[in-house]
Design a protein around this ligand. Structure first.
Ligand code: ATP
Ligand code: MG
Length: 282
């Protein structure tokens, strides 16, 4: 923390290992209040693991994580009250209606009983699901399920919204829809957003700043424009790559992630994420 600005998220030398796998390996990360921050990186980079530490779903074995100044190790409930979370794996219950799913989250996240019904209706309206609210979630399309999960995360009016691949498997119109809903809530509340995505065009368009993560730590950080310009300058200096046009964020991603690809990256990614989506949405 510097001066009187409170950071929404601050990770200092965060490390988390699954057995021999160092999923997060000395992560330093700072998300400013009010910004949309994109955590990007190849499959297996450690994004979801880092996010699960920030949400207190995983303990922090090494290093420090603070959410609006609260230490996640010491002040777990305070942290949970501040955040909404859309996990990478689908979390809506297909045997409940949309409204029941959101009401469940309202209860879990401690929304006052007398406010619950109104807040649930408001969250459903915010994502355009009012008309479908009393249908079973099992009858929803993939895009509707993702919007339902957004309503679940928004019902507690979080100061920090954490989204792990919120738009995976959605058509371009549905993707835009999810972002429009997020931005409408941000405009009304000043909510901070931490998001992961493999869609570089989305990160470029919607994120104020992005961090490129690989092998458990951050390798590049800045606004999308800064990162693109930085790569453009490096290319010009080295006389490699296309130097007449500004690189895209996808070029920046390839530049960071492209060296020493292992079997979890490259073409496998598309296959894996397609399968994962088919399983989750089906
Ligand atoms: N429950 C687990 N048990 C064992 N290893 C795990 C577990 N979860 C993740 N890992 C490993 O930790 C590393 C980081 O995984 P993580 O899910 O954090 O990556 P990610 O950046 O979110 O990837 P993706 O883009 O595919 O979602 C990977 O090597 C993964 O295999
Ligand atoms: Mg992940």
């Amino acid at each position: 923390m510097t001066g009187d600005t409170v950071e929404a998220v601050s990770c200092t030398q965060l490390a988390y290992a699954f057995g021999e796998t160092r999923a997060v390996d000395g992560l330093d990360l700072s998300v400013r209040e009010g910004e949309v921050f994109g955590l990007l990186g190849p499959n297996g980079a450690g994004k979801t693991t880092a996010i699960r530490c920030i949400t207190t779903l995983l303990p922090v074995p090494s290093g420090m994580v603070r959410v609006f100044g609260h230490d996640t190790a010491r002040d777990r409930m305070a942290v949970r009250r501040l955040l909404g979370y859309v996990p990478q794996q689908l979390s809506a219950d297909s045997g409940l209606t949309g409204r029941e799913n959101v009401a469940l989250f309202a209860r879990v996240f401690d929304v006052a009983r007398r406010e619950r019904a109104a807040r649930v209706a408001q969250a459903l309206a915010a994502v355009g699901l009012t008309d479908a609210a009393d249908r079973l979630a099992g009858t929803y399309s993939g895009g509707m399920v993702r919007r339902l999960e957004l309503a679940q995360a928004l019902v507690s009016a979080p100061r920090l919204l954490i989204l792990d691949e919120p738009t995976i498997g959605l058509d371009p119109i549905a993707r835009t829809g999810v972002w429009e809903h997020i931005n409408a809530v941000r405009a009304a509340t000043g909510m901070t957003v931490l998001v992961t995505t493999h869609y570089m065009d989305e990160a470029d368009q919607y994120c104020d700043r992005v961090a490129l993560m690989a092998r458990g730590r951050i390798h590049s950080l800045g606004t999308p424009a800064e990162l693109r310009q930085g790569l453009g300058e490096r290319r010009r200096a080295a006389g490699t790559g296309a130097t007449d046009t500004l690189p895209t964020l996808e070029d920046v991603f390839r530049d960071v992630a492209g060296s020493g690809l292992d079997d979890q990256s490259g073409d496998f990614r598309d296959v894996r994420s397609t399968r994962r989506t088919a399983k989750r949405v089906g």
